[in-house]
Design a binder for this molecule. Structure first.
Ligand SMILES: C=CC1=C(C)c2cc3[nH]c(cc4nc(cc5[nH]c(cc1n2)c(C)c5CCC(=O)O)C(CCC(=O)O)=C4C)c(C)c3C=C
Ligand SMILES: [Fe+2]
Ligand SMILES: [Fe+2]
Length: 340
């Protein structure tokens, strides 16, 4: 049977580096109630304020990393889709982006045209957050209902400590880990603290103590993005045989004035330089594909900050991108979901 499709979903990028396209993308993204989780009037007001300056600033940042074929995130995700197509023998494989193009709608309609009966929906986020995973799932469900598609969706859960994902991370980082370095910073995308506390099933665990994420029960861990990031980092360090003093974790990409989860990457870069770290490796396991947040925020701006604070070099370890071990790991994960 060739009727079990696979839909890979990632976040999406502006259509071009034109300010108008970046504004349209940021508006669609930030007006998503799972991203800016305020009541509509407040969300509209806040996003409109952000859209006064952010599109021009972000457009400049996108220009620094844009590839001839388009946004790095989209181009790399397409390459991953092509690798996965070679390995998935159960039906067609498509790629959909939550915002902008190629849309989840176009991808699901292509799958439906090919008469698939079921689709494994794979949000390409190793750690769960409502602002990424939940919104991708809801959008896919909305499209199925809108077009009355007769296909069953089976969602791949967060895979933050899956052994094959961790091994793929180690394999892809190995060439850089074999070079001389003083410290490895694992910089995950951040989240407003409220996004964590509102999902705390106990109501009094998340962010109540400095080690809440290390002492999280399975029930708390299931909904806690920060605890899942720390779990990924620990599993990675153990599999890569790193000593505890060789690595640390931080959270990047803070937006707005609300408190986001800590420690902040910007501060950690200065702290590490102050401690005498000269050669810093940085990797970002929350992203499976390199994007503006790794290529510009870390490899360009982060590098400048680190050197200004006394460091000598910051080297960014590429994301998993289309690494063959990652494509194989992803297919294994999705196959388990197909038959479960
Ligand atoms: C990896 C998981 C991600 C989480 C969690 C996440 C939450 C989150 N993000 C913003 C705001 C922005 N994020 C932006 C870019 C961006 N974010 C992710 C992933 C996560 N976001 C990716 C993969 C990307 C890259 C997109 C690309 O085209 O390369 C941006 C846009 C760029 C910029 O202006 O900096 C914004 C804005 C919020 C508010 C949030 C949680 C509430
Ligand atoms: Fe983001
Ligand atoms: Fe926690």
């Amino acid at each position: 049977m060739h009727d079990q499709g696979l839909l890979l979903v990632n976040l999406g990028s502006p259509l071009s580096t034109e300010v108008a396209d970046v504004r349209q993308y940021l508006n669609q993204f930030l007006m998503d109630p799972h991203v800016v989780d305020l009541p509509w009037p407040l969300r509209r007001l806040l996003v409109s304020l952000i859209l006064l300056r952010r599109p021009a600033e972000s457009a400049e940042a996108y220009k620094l990393v844009w590839q001839p074929e388009g946004s790095p995130l989209v181009v790399i995700s397409e390459r991953l889709r092509d690798e996965v197509r070679k390995l998935w023998s159960h039906g067609p494989v498509e790629l959909g982006m939550r915002y902008a193009q190629p849309s989840i709608e176009s991808a699901l309609l292509r799958l439906a045209e090919q008469n698939v009966k079921s689709v494994v929906l794979a949000p390409l986020y190793p750690q769960f957050a409502e602002s990424t995973t939940t919104t991708a799932i809801e959008e896919a469900e909305r499209i199925v209902n809108k077009h009355k598609l007769t296909l069953e969706l089976r969602t791949l859960p967060a895979f933050y400590e899956d052994e094959s994902y961790i091994h793929a991370l180690v394999a892809s980082a190995r060439p850089d880990l074999e070079q001389d370095f003083d410290h490895l910073l694992l910089s995950f995308h951040g989240l407003p603290e409220r996004h964590l506390t509102k999902l705390d099933p106990t109501g009094n665990h998340c962010l109540q103590s400095a080690d809440c994420c290390q002492t999280a029960s399975d029930e708390v861990l299931a909904g806690c993005y920060r605890a899942q990031c720390l779990r990924t980092a620990e599993r990675f360090a153990s599999a890569a045989q790193l000593q505890p003093q060789q690595w640390s974790v931080s959270f990047q990409s803070r937006l707005g004035r609300a408190k986001w989860i800590e420690p902040y990457t910007e501060e950690q870069l200065e702290e590490l330089a102050g401690q005498g770290v000269k050669k810093l490796l940085v990797m970002s396991p929350a992203f499976v594909a390199d994007c503006i947040e790794t290529l510009e925020e870390l490899a360009i701006r982060g590098r400048e900050q680190f050197i200004a604070a006394g460091g000598e070099d910051l080297h960014l370890i590429p994301c998993l991108n289309d690494h063959p071990e990652w494509a194989a790991a992803l297919v294994r994960l999705c196959e388990a979901r197909r038959s479960s």
